[in-house]
Design a protein around this ligand. Sequence first.
Ligand SMILES: Nc1ncnc2c1ncn2[C@@H]1O[C@H](COP(=O)(O)OP(=O)(O)OP(=O)(O)O)[C@@H](O)[C@H]1O
Ligand SMILES: [Mg+2]
Length: 328
Amino acid sequence: MDGLMTEAMIRADSLSKRYGAVEALKEASFVVNRGEIVGFLGPNGAGKTTTMKILTGYISPTSGRAEVAGHDVETDSVEARRAIGYLPEHTPLYTEMLVSEYLEYVAEMRGYKGAEAKKRIKKVVEETDLGAKLGAEIRALSKGYRQRVGLAQALVHEPPILILDEPLSGLDPNQAAGVRDLIRALGRERTVILSTHNLAEVQVTCQRVLIIAGGRLVADDTPEGLTASRGRPRLLVTMKREPSFDASAFEARLRALSAVENVRAIGLDDPGEIAFELTSASGADARAEVFHAAVESRGVLLGLERRGGDLEDVFRSLTTEASKERAS
Ligand SMILES: Nc1ncnc2c1ncn2[C@@H]1O[C@H](COP(=O)(O)OP(=O)(O)OP(=O)(O)O)[C@@H](O)[C@H]1O
Ligand SMILES: [Mg+2]
């Protein structure tokens, strides 16, 4: 097949899921193409796990359909599952087993025996760098290593698609960096969708991001595209703190400026300085107005720095818009 051709490996078509009175997922449609690492981002209860359970065949959608590697997850579930490696949100690891025993068990469950099973286990142990831990009990492993065991489990049958539900949650920054590198490496040859709350994570790991809030998909774009189109540029204003300078009067003056929409005082480590973060309506440039306001307040302006909008702004504005819509 032509390597440059985009090929849909996951296709969700108007998926909805209702648990009793709870509408956990509302007509979500998206596509993940071969070779992509896509971040599935949303607040608690947004519907991430629900979507992943539908894609992996653990639950059925109330309506809509999904395809994985060309197989309908409901009518062709065996083939669909064969194409997927799944790291669930709460990995049901057998904690009293040794890592080696657990991987042998997983290989056996997948139908591999003898030399074939050994070969598969050897490969995933290399891929997840678990060689030094084969003789350890799972319960004695750090969370980072447990996540590696969970990933190894997902890779035994060499699936072209990985579905990872919060693979980095609960890991300290060092472990998270290790697992993140591992996911990036695994993503070179596979299609990956991973869920997370962590925006920084998405920016470094994913080529595309799907944002879900209240069961609805509210964005589908590259991280750069999202911040360019929806992020609010900010202005960081740093003033010298001195007895003659009235910080609260200055803050009120900033608030009154025509180009300024919102002002937030920021605590700084340096007791000699005080800073304010400004957002401006429709990206208007407030710098000149801020300069004059500082002069009129007899304040010493130490810094005036423009910062681009970041993914956190986008996430917060999109997900709070969705919750307002739900409340109304
Ligand atoms: N088995 C269930 N029965 C009833 N309600 C459920 C069930 N599973 C999930 N829900 C509800 O469906 C909604 C979506 O849940 P889901 O677990 O998909 O969210 P999530 O995005 O994975 O959240 P988190 O970030 O906390 O993992 C929530 O309101 C949740 O309470
Ligand atoms: Mg979840």
